[in-house]
Structure formats: structure tokens, C-alpha cells
Design a protein around this ligand. Structure first.
Ligand SMILES: O=P(O)(O)OC[C@H]1O[C@H](O[C@H]2O[C@H](CO)[C@@H](O)[C@H](O)[C@H]2O)[C@H](O)[C@@H](O)[C@@H]1O
Length: 388
């Protein structure tokens, strides 16, 4: 067992798999073109550092539009939602959106009425949900009050953090040993051991391990074979973005992020084309858009929604009607989880957004401070229920 440097942490660095042959047979890979595949032949394609040439690709494939609309200023979103921009229309658009996705705080009684005889399972995104969005990803810290609110929620309900960040990083930021963690958009899950769930979920991707306290845990890493490829792409991205002021590249082990929040908007086409050029050599990787971030990830059929299903299974909560999963998140990648809750699990997605957005969630909250109020209200409600 390999522990990370924090000795009290239950989050393990990846131990050697029990049986390597079990890892290579995961069947969730999406179809991908074979020609020119750079991996896993053992010979990596070297992407020369060069200035991107024409910027036609990213103009025509929609990347630029997606970049502009990711985390847009209030005015732009309202414009997308209505036709004209006047403050009356803005208010009206917001009101009609709130009718469709009511505040989870205003609808609290309705939610708890439904939850009365059910077991709540709580899923929480990190950035923009538990911590406010800030310019520097390394400074996206969670307040101590928020940490207490999450700690208290976990006393009453099984609770998991599902983040785009690496599992180690998000654990370091949250710092609560009593939670379950899924990093890299659900591609790196540390959860409880459940043999039946393991069988259901291609147990060839599951690595048995123990935490420091000796408790058995399962690591589920369906994209494990991509680790060297992601590392290589990360290094190429770092090298090729060196000259772009304000850009930042993160390695999340199973995916890599290229931030452009602090890059001059005039340079966005260049950064997009550069990522596009690199991806051409990696047909088994794909791009997704987050909040002012381009995310490079393996082309496998796995996302935050699948991670929620996996965790519900592992917790023994997937096959009963008396479970109410609640997922709170703010980003496009959280939509996969909202969709699973809406369509398969009979749960509630709660979108964190101060402005109208199309979503698969049922309810909304304005910002992390409202998330905290909602979590505290749930704890008060549950503790009162237990007293009665
Ligand atoms: O799934 P999440 O936990 O929400 O993680 C998604 C991404 O969050 C981080 O980036 C975002 O938050 C930063 C800090 O507020 C902000 O600077 C950035 O513009 C946002 O995109 C994280 O750095 C990414 O790697 C995650 O994928």
C-alpha cells in the first residue's frame, strides 16, 4: 500500500494493481479511429513545438464559440436566453427560468417532504459549488464554514465529492476523510468495497486496497491505461503554451486541463488551435469544455453520471426505491450526473448558477453560499427528525 504524504489521509496514491491483466479489458471504450493511433504501441508521436498555422479548424468546429460561451458574462447569457437585452427582460427571463428550476432553498420543504422516508445520498462537485470560481485554480479554497457544513452532512448521509480535478488534489482541498472521492471527472474513484457492485461494473478496472486505518477500499480507474498518454500530452501542452501569457495547464492523471481564463481573448483562437493540433495525433483522446478551460480526456464511455451510478452501487443504494440521490454542481460536466439522476435514479440535480442556463437539474442555487445554506438546512432537518 502506498500512502500519499499526508499520513492521516485515506487517499492512496495508486498501488500496484493486484493483477495487471485485469486492467486492460475494460469494455467501456468508445469507438475511435485506429489509423495513426499513437498509443499503446509504445512509440509516442512527438508533437513539434510550433506556432499554430491557420485557425480555421477551431472556428469551424465550434470550439471557439464554446470557449466564448463558457462562464460568460451575465449580459451574454441573458442575450442567449431572450431576444433583447433590457433589464426588464432580464428580470423576466430570470423569473421564468426560476419557475422551471426553482431555488432548492425556497423548495426546501417540498424536497424534505419527498425525502421523509428515504435515505439521502449526497454528491457534491467542488469548483463553483463548494468553492467560488477564482482566477487561479490553486487558490480555489473552501471556507472552513463550508467544510463544517460538508462534514455535518456526511454525519447523516453518505457523501461523495465528484470533481474534474485529480482525486489527490480534491482530497487535499476538501480534507475530510469521512467522504468518498471521485477525481478526473469520475475516472478515479475511491469508494467502499462492494463485491456485487464490482461484478456489475467490469471488475477488471477495480483495484483492491486499504486505507491507512486498515479499512478496505476499492479504486475504480477505467482509464488507467491512459496515464502515460495523458502525461505525455500534459508535457506537450505545457511546452507549447509556454509563450501564452496567462495560460495554465494541469495534469489530473486521467485528464489534462488547459486554462484560458487569464489569457487575452484575442489569443483564444491560438490556444484552441494549439490544443486541436496536438489532439490530431491522439485519436483516443477527446476534448470537453469547462468554465474557461479546455479539458483533454480519454475517449471512454465514462463521466460524472457513471461515477454516481457506480458509487450508488458500491454503497448498496442503487437497487431500492427508498434512496434519494442529490447532486449539486455548476458545470457542463455535472450535466451527465443531473441526467442520470433525472432519468435513472429518481434523484434531484441542483444547478449552481446565478444566471439562466439550460440544464438537466431539477432545482437551482445561486452560488456556493446558497449551497452551504442548503447543506446546513438539510442537517438541521435530519437532526430534528432523529430527535422526534
Ligand atoms: O468538477 P469541478 O470540481 O468543478 O472541477 C472543474 C474544474 O475546476 C477547476 O477550474 C475551474 O475553477 C478554477 C478555480 O475557481 C477557475 O480558475 C477555472 O477557470 C475553472 O475552470 C480546475 O482547475 C479544473 O482543472 C477542473 O477541471
Amino acid at each position: 500500500m502506498e500512502m500519499n504524504s499526508n499520513q492521516t489521509s485515506p487517499v492512496l496514491t495508486d498501488p500496484a494493481p493486484v493483477n495487471n491483466s485485469r486492467l486492460s479489458t475494460y469494455s467501456g471504450l468508445l469507438p475511435y479511429p485506429q489509423a495513426g493511433a499513437a498509443f499503446p504501441s509504445g512509440k509516442y508521436v512527438k508533437i513539434p513545438r510550433k506556432k499554430p498555422g491557420k485557425l480555421d479548424d477551431v472556428r469551424s468546429n465550434g470550439w471557439l464559440d464554446a470557449m466564448k460561451s463558457s462562464s460568460p458574462p451575465r449580459k451574454k447569457l441573458i442575450k442567449d436566453f431572450t431576444v433583447e437585452i433590457t433589464s426588464d427582460d432580464t428580470d423576466a427571463a430570470h423569473r421564468s427560468w426560476m419557475l422551471k428550476y426553482p431555488s432548492a432553498l425556497h423548495s426546501f420543504n417540498q424536497i424534505t417532504d419527498y425525502a421523509k422516508n428515504k435515505k439521502i445520498a449526497m454528491f457534491l462537485d467542488y469548483d463553483g459549488t463548494l468553492s467560488p470560481i477564482v482566477d487561479d485554480p490553486d487558490r480555489a479554497l473552501m471556507s472552513n464554514d463550508m467544510r463544517s457544513a460538508v462534514r455535518n452532512v456526511a454525519k447523516y448521509f453518505p457523501t461523495a465529492i465528484i470533481s474534474g480535478r485529480s482525486r489527490d488534489k480534491v482530497y487535499e482541498l476538501v480534507g475530510l476523510a469521512e467522504l468518498h472521492y471521485a477525481g478526473s471527472h469520475g475516472m478515479d474513484i475511491m469508494g467502499p468495497v462492494n463485491h456485487l457492485a464490482a461484478d456489475d461494473h467490469s471488475n477488471n478496472c477495480i483495484i483492491r486496497s486499504t486505507d491507512q486505518l486498515g479499512k478496505e477500499v476499492n479504486l475504480f480507474q477505467p482509464a488507467r491505461e491512459f496515464i502515460p498518454m495523458i502525461d505525455e500530452v500534459f508535457r506537450t501542452l505545457v511546452e507549447n503554451t509556454k509563450g501564452i501569457q496567462g495560460s495554465k495547464v494541469e495534469n489530473h492523471k486521467f485528464c489534462a486541463s488547459v486554462h484560458y481564463r487569464n489569457v487575452d481573448e484575442k489569443i483564444w483562437p491560438t490556444i484552441a488551435q494549439l490544443v486541436h493540433d496536438i489532439l490530431k495525433s491522439y485519436p483516443r483522446l477527446r476534448l470537453t469544455h469547462g468554465r474557461k478551460v479546455l479539458e483533454v480526456r480519454p475517449m471512454i464511455d465514462w463521466n460524472k453520471g457513471k461515477a454516481v451510478e457506480f458509487l450508488l452501487d458500491s454503497l448498496g443504494l442503487s437497487k431500492s426505491d427508498d434512496v434519494l440521490p442529490i447532486y449539486i454542481g455548476d458545470d457542463k460536466t455535472d450535466e451527465d450526473a443531473f441526467k442520470v439522476l433525472r432519468e435513472k435514479c429518481g434523484g434531484y440535480g441542483i444547478l449552481v448558477s446565478p444566471v439562466p442556463k439550460e440544464t438537466n437539474a431539477f432545482y437551482s442555487l445561486k452560488d456556493p453560499s446558497e449551497v452551504m445554506k442548503f447543506l446546513e438546512s438539510l442537517v438541521r432537518w435530519k437532526s430534528k427528525q432523529e430527535e422526534d
